[in-house]
Design a protein around this ligand. Structure first.
Ligand code: NAD
Length: 233
């Protein structure tokens, strides 16, 4: 176990893992012992949510269509939600926002510390380079099983560039067993900057999500972000 990651709590935080049989779910189950404050109480599969034990926080890595019943359950019992499910449409995002009026909610396209820092760098670079006429492109690569494209992370990084007025173009490759690679390129005339993040293990996302669960479970209702937890104002 890694006590530095964990949070001191009076009683265990009861956690439900949604999507436990999936690639991310399996990593969450394996890394859970690093967070002794979290006590696993349920790992419901499809259609098993209504029979699941009560919980304080749900950690979800599933599919957009799996979210509505989970949100409903969190609302019913006032439990927090940490979700990394990507490919959400506008109505799914709206549903998360409305749940956040009652309980703490955190959605992140990427739970890695490195991407949170890269997101800041992209915003800072874009603020200077976009007005100077530089073009921003985001190239992302993932394993062949990933369904959504461009990735949620690419869209989040793109949104940070767009805040400075950039018109971001995206390219997505699906190949082999790539865990995740994102390149944000700023191209001027005669020069280019490339910011690259390479994930070589899914564990960074799972560990980050569990770290968020310990914080969000004791946070006030509202929409939280990994950036606001990592870099409090
Ligand atoms: P996966 O296909 O391996 O697992 C999906 C899981 O969801 C399985 O356990 C499956 O049983 C479950 N599921 C599917 N439909 C369901 C339903 N209707 N009800 C209940 N459960 C259902 O996928 P994965 O690679 O583990 O990725 C899951 C999600 O997490 C994807 O959206 C992926 O893009 C995202 N992801 C996010 C991050 C991040 O850091 N935010 C990192 C990796 C993956």
């Amino acid at each position: 176990s890694n006590p530095a990651n964990d949070l001191q709590v009076d009683r265990p935080i009861r956690v439900l893992i949604h999507g436990a049989s999936g690639r991310m779910g399996q990593a969450l189950l394996r890394l859970l012992p690093e967070f002794p404050s979290l006590q696993l109480v349920a790992t419901p599969g499809r259609g098993e949510l209504s029979a699941a034990a009560d919980f304080d926080v749900a950690v979800d890595f599933s599919l957009p269509e799996a979210l509505p019943p989970l949100l409903q359950r969190c609302r019913e019992q006032g439990a927090a939600l940490v979700t990394g499910t990507t490919g959400l449409d506008a109505s799914a995002r709206q549903a998360l926002e409305s749940l956040a009026a009652q309980v703490p909610v955190l959605w992140a396209s990427n739970f890695s510390l490195g991407v949170a820092v890269m997101d800041r760098l992209v915003e800072e670079a874009s603020a200077v380079l976009t007005p100077a006429g530089w073009q921003c492109d985001i190239i992302e690569q993932h394993h062949i099983h990933k369904k959504d494209a461009p990735s949620g992370t690419a869209l989040t990084l793109g949104a940070s560039a767009e805040r400075a007025g950039a018109e971001v173009r995206y390219a997505a490759l699906r190949a082999g067993d790539i865990v995740g690679e994102h390149t944000v390129q700023f191209a001027g005339v005669g020069e280019r900057i490339e910011l690259i993040h390479r994930a070589s293990s899914r564990d960074i996302f799972a560990r980050g999500a569990l770290w968020c669960a310990t914080r969000v479970a004791v946070a006030p209702a509202g929409m939280h972000t990994i950036r606001s937890l990592l870099f409090p104002a």
